[in-house]
Design a protein around this ligand. Structure first.
Ligand SMILES: NC(=O)c1ccc[n+]([C@@H]2O[C@H](COP(=O)([O-])OP(=O)(O)OC[C@H]3O[C@@H](n4cnc5c(N)ncnc54)[C@H](OP(=O)(O)O)[C@@H]3O)[C@@H](O)[C@H]2O)c1
Length: 381
């Protein structure tokens, strides 16, 4: 990684597991050739920030800068970057690839982690989108093996191909690895028939509400069922949910309602579990149609979930979209702003700005810890 200049900037660091946080001066970054440096104007607070703080999830060492979602203004670009220039307003995922997260004045990311900020979104709105969108995209494309029409198609890869070139083998290995070893039929021709019915568990969460709208565009005729609290029904119907089932009922009633809403009342082809709910109650697998493809994809929340035999299970992470140098992943963030402009992607959650300045992040995380429904907490910078 390139050296830093002597110029400094402020960073909001967790000094150790469990905190406290502290504002310190850190080195102003120099971007690598394919990176951009973003002057953060707003950062979103996510469950992962709490898991990093309290459980050390994804933390290599302390002190550490958390934060996985940002929106701001490009300040410096690397030598190879053509998509952005200084002064561009962008939104981006952050905090991976050895770089520190979003909770600092200036964050460095690979250019393909970022998208231009739609003109209709404020910085506070824009920072709430990247991780939800990327995670939902990974669940749909990698977990449910369903292409998203706005992304460039994945390179065809056929197991039937008698090809042992190192490029082919390396790509197959990467795809399999990116699925935690639980590869679906990603490499198997012919492509599976489109899914007819999907249950989105936790449809009102940021990931779930992103998944509902992306699924609606990918599978216009499909039955999309969401489990959520009823206060979110109207919002989720507007995003494309066919039916919303009250998740606060006893599980037997949830199962019956999902089955009743599914085609021919036989159950759903696939479950997209946005909140790791099957880790708490495996009865959820009972919503799958016994005669269907029986797909289950779990947005990884930290819990390992064992699926029953016969169910094709995968776990997904937001950054699986970037694991291979595949056109599908490379186009994911770039295309997000276009999707917004075309009216095909709406903010999945309401925005609540909980403060202004790095110092406010800790209090915002405390608020997130107490539980938030249908809203993304944001700190303006
Ligand atoms: N692996 C990754 O790359 C990745 C990336 C992003 C997020 N995540 C994880 O995904 C999870 C969701 O994140 P998020 O930011 O989308 O969450 P969020 O927006 O904070 O969602 C919270 C909502 O989830 C719903 N919910 C909770 N438990 C539920 C259950 N058992 N059944 C149905 N709905 C339930 C509740 O909805 P109601 O208010 O309707 O009851 C709650 O309001 C978190 O655990 C997060 O850490 C993982």
């Amino acid at each position: 990684m390139p050296a830093a200049t002597e110029k400094t900037m402020r960073q909001y660091v967790a000094t150790k597991k469990g905190g406290p946080f502290q504002v310190v001066n850190g080195p102003y970054p120099i971007p690598g050739p394919d990176e951009i440096c973003i002057r953060n104007r707003a950062v979103a607070l996510n469950a992962l920030d709490l898991k990093s703080l309290h459980h050390g999830m994804m933390v290599q060492s302390y002190p550490e800068v958390f934060g996985i979602d940002t929106a701001g203004v490009v300040e410096v670009v690397g030598a190879n970057v053509t998509e952005f220039k200084a002064g561009d307003a962008v939104m981006s995922s952050a905090g991976l690839g050895g770089r520190k997260g979003a909770f600092q004045d200036v964050t460095t990311v690979p250019a393909h982690f970022a998208s231009r900020k739609p003109a209709t979104w404020s910085f506070a709105q824009a920072c709430s989108a990247p991780i939800c969108y990327l995670t939902a995209s990974a669940a749909i494309t990698k977990g449910l093996n369903t292409p998203l029409p706005h992304l460039q198609p994945r390179k065809p890869l056929s197991l039937a191909r008698e090809d042992s070139s190192s490029e082919y083998l390396q790509e197959r290995h990467l795809r399999s690895k990116s699925l935690g070893g639980l590869a679906l039929a990603l490499a198997n021709p012919p492509p599976p028939p489109p899914l007819n019915s999907i249950l989105v568990v936790g449809g009102s969460s940021g990931v779930g509400a992103s998944a509902i709208q992306l699924l609606r565009h990918a599978l216009p005729g499909a039955t999309i069922i969401s489990t959520n609290s009823p206060s979110h029904n109207k919002r989720l119907a507007a995003l494309g949910a066919s039916v919303c089932v009250d998740r606060n009922q006893p599980m037997a009633k949830v199962l019956a309602a999902v089955k009743a809403a599914s085609p021919a009342q036989r159950g759903v082809d696939a479950i997209l579990d946005a909140v790791g709910a099957a880790g708490e109650d495996t009865q959820l697998f009972g919503t799958l149609n016994a005669e269907g493809p029986k797909l289950y994809t779990n947005v990884f929340t930290g819990k390992e979930i064992a699926a029953p035999e016969g169910v094709e299970a995968t776990k997904v992470f937001a950054h699986m979209m970037f694991v291979t140098p595949d056109p599908e992943g490379a186009s994911a963030m770039v295309r997000l702003a276009d999707l917004v402009d075309e009216g095909k992607y709406k903010l999945p959650l309401e925005i609540e700005v909980v403060g202004t300045g790095l110092d406010e992040i800790g209090a915002g995380l405390e608020k997130l810890k107490k539980g938030v429904s249908g809203a993304k907490l944001v700190v303006a910078l």
